[in-house]
Write a protein that binds this ligand. Structure first.
Ligand SMILES: [Ca+2]
Length: 105
């Protein structure tokens, strides 16, 4: 029986978890138009663009990059500053919500 390295399982589970949350957030934002406006009014001075893979728009390739760096903080060796969309030093749920508002499929 093939044994996968633990890091592989962690990456898959983290990606699947974020995918589920993304699905829920996208369903919620389509049912309540204007979510992005509310997020933008909370006082974040600058929101980075979520286009991480260099292709037009924010799509699944960008999501995979985002999911790979989720739950990291400044000081972690694999912290990717591009993913900290709200600039608070942690790649967390707030960044995910900003990512979801920019997601175009
Ligand atoms: Ca952040």
């Amino acid at each position: 029986m093939t044994q996968f390295p633990l890091a592989f399982h962690e990456t898959v589970m983290r990606t699947l978890s974020v995918l589920f949350v993304l699905f829920i957030a996208l369903m919620s934002s389509s049912a309540h138009a204007g979510t992005g406006v509310v997020i933008g009014s909370l006082g974040a001075p600058e929101v980075k663009l979520a286009d991480l893979d260099g292709t037009p728009g924010v799509g699944f390739g960008d999501f995979l990059i985002f999911a790979g760096g989720f739950n990291r903080s400044e000081g972690d060796s694999d912290f990717d500053d591009r993913l900290d969309l709200n600039g608070d030093g942690t790649i967390g749920f707030g960044d995910f919500l900003l990512f979801a508002t920019q997601f175009s499929g």
